[in-house]
Design a protein around this ligand. Structure first.
Ligand code: TYD
Length: 208
């Protein structure tokens, strides 16, 4: 069995985690061993980098530092976790990946999408997701969902206009790369979203 690599993207509060859990169960029912990773983090080194990136006290962090830290955590995750899992034929689901950098750093911070992909190509090597699910939710709705939770991190503390740029960025990427990025309306019910994702996975990976 060949490994499969799926990434889950979307603004904060769009329900990625719930859908990852459901997708995991579905892929297990198809006989796959599953590896779930989250970004930034997913490795001991990556989690240490995550602490630096998201610490609300580090207000002086330059945008380029932020981009490179995300890419560093990603390089570690790819080499330590994702690549070996794919070689063993596992299904890897990653909670955020390179599109998060494209929209948060490339568009939100204004560093440019091309710069982000160029830098990240070094971190990724030949490891590329085959399917990227985009949970499409208006920024204000995402923030509302998150506000009910406490302890906002450094990214979540950004203002609404930043988060609007992020969502617009995701929508543009989904239009640019329709063969890989699958957008789902995140305001639908959990069950409706899951069944749309399953249909897409069946089509792409199992030719059903
Ligand atoms: P995440 O752990 O998904 O946050 P949460 O669990 O609160 O939804 O991601 C942390 C933050 O990091 C999130 O606001 C998005 C941001 N981020 C980037 O800006 N660039 C990146 O490359 C990644 C992976 C995340």
């Amino acid at each position: 069995m060949e490994g499969i690599f799926i990434t889950m993207e979307g603004p904060d509060g769009s329900g990625k985690t719930t859908q990852i859990d459901l997708l995991k169960k579905y892929l297990e029912s198809r006989g796959y061993d599953i590896v779930i990773a989250r970004e930034p983090g997913g490795t001991v080194i990556g989690e240490a980098i995550r602490e630096i990136i998201l610490n609300p006290e580090y207000r002086e962090m330059s945008h380029m530092t932020e981009l490179l830290l995300y890419a560093s955590a990603r390089a570690q995750l790819v080499n330590q976790v994702i690549k070996p899992a794919l070689l063993f034929g596992k299904a890897v689901i990653c909670d955020r990946f390179v599109e998060s950098s494209a929209v948060y750093q490339g568009i939100g911070r204004g560093l440019g999408v091309d710069t982000v992909y160029e830098i990240n190509n070094y971190a990724l090597g030949e490891v590329k997701p085959e399917l990227t699910i985009f949970m499409d939710l208006d920024a204000a709705d995402g923030i509302r969902r998150k506000k009910s939770q406490t302890d906002l991190d450094r990214m979540e503390l950004e203002d609404l206009s930043f988060h609007k740029r992020v969502v617009e960025g995701y929508r543009q990427l989904a239009e640019l790369y329709p063969e890989r990025i699958f957008p789902v309306d995140a305001t639908l019910s959990i069950e409706e979203i899951h069944s749309m994702i399953v249909n897409e996975v069946k089509k792409r990976f199992f030719s059903e």
